[in-house]
Write a protein that binds this ligand. Structure first.
Ligand code: NAD
Length: 291
């Protein structure tokens, strides 16, 4: 397939490299990143000319909208734009409408699996958009990932991603504050893990990604809380979840509190650049009177 790949940062570059390795004709574009794993175009319009599928992997919804405005006028009729960035649901739906008006297909297909999953080709794609566009792009999802779930209409991929990550953020905080409480009650961490991981408090954050070093399977906690999944990316996703909740008039008090805690952690408590499980040392240092 003739593919254009726009946005060749931490995630985009390895995803594009996997498509090249599988034999697709891929041309990339990025104003900053210059990976040598694929040919590069001078600008986004040049990259998408003649492409059957255009993939974007960009920082946010405003940049997605700007890139869509640049590329839709020059994309081939019937071409499909797949946005794999994590962006607000509103931007995802807005660009899908613009694509339809230009005679193009559009999918929002945010991912989970991080940089490791991008390099290994084991990402999970959560996809919103038409059946026809999904069928066209499915072979590419199968190369870049291990699973692609079609979640319904445009925007639903982003909706699935932020709902999942809202649960993840809230659960990580609950797991960390429970460990910090257990410490203060004199319960050792291994006993805490052994009980909770096999009781009704179990969760992915406890069982698969335990925030306590030396306990449970290997996780970023065993590597000095080096990400992994960085706290500032968790803050981004929680912020998107609360934007969506406000727009949809949904009551999400736990999501709101998780966003507020990660905001303080990232912006004023030194959490930037640490894994999102570094909430545990944060709680450890605090007493109840500290606000
Ligand atoms: P990144 O900042 O490393 O890469 C983004 C790239 O987009 C940069 O290289 C930048 O130069 C490029 N870019 C910016 N404006 C552009 C434009 N107008 N035209 C072309 N390229 C442009 O970010 P990343 O870590 O690769 O993440 C990309 C997206 O994936 C984000 O939306 C992020 O939330 C999401 N995501 C990241 C991870 C992760 O672990 N890094 C995991 C899941 C989802």
């Amino acid at each position: 397939m003739k593919v254009a790949f726009i946005g060749l940062g931490n995630m985009g570059a390895p995803m594009a490299a996997n498509l090249v390795a599988a034999g697709h004709e891929v041309i990339g574009c990025d104003p900053v990143a210059r990976p040598d794993s694929l040919p590069l175009a001078a600008n986004n319009a040049e990259a998408v000319t003649g492409a059957e599928v255009v993939i974007t992997m960009l920082p946010n919804g405003a940049i997605l909208r700007a890139v869509a405005a640049e590329i839709y006028p020059v994309m081939s009729p019937g071409g499909v734009h797949v946005d794999c960035s994590t962006v607000d649901v509103e931007s995802a739906r807005a660009v899908a409408d613009q694509a339809a008006a230009a005679g193009l297909g559009a999918l929002d297909a945010p991912v989970s699996g991080g940089i490791g999953g991008a390099a290994a080709g084991t990402l999970t794609f959560m996809v919103g958009g038409s059946d026809a566009a999904f069928a066209t792009v499915k072979p590419l999802f199968d190369i870049m990932g291990q699973k692609a779930v079609h979640c319904g209409a445009s925007g639903n991929g982003q909706a699935a991603k932020i709902c999942n990550n809202m649960i993840l953020g809230v659960t990580m905080i609950a797991t960390c504050e429970a460990f910090a409480l257990a410490d203060k009650l004199g319960l050792d961490r291994q006993s805490m893990f052994d009980v909770v991981s096999t009781s009704s408090g179990y969760s992915w954050t406890m069982n698969a990604y335990c925030p306590a070093p030396g306990v449970g399977p290997k996780s970023p906690a065993d590597n000095g809380y080096k990400p992994g999944f960085a706290s500032e990316l968790m803050l981004k996703d929680l912020t998107l979840s609360q934007m969506a909740a406000a727009a949809a008039d949904a009551d999400t008090p736990m999501g709101q509190m998780a966003m507020d805690l990660y905001k303080d952690f990232v912006e004023t408590e030194g959490g930037r650049g640490t894994d999102f499980s570094a909430m545990l040392p944060r709680f450890e240092k605090r007493g109840r009177s500290v606000t």
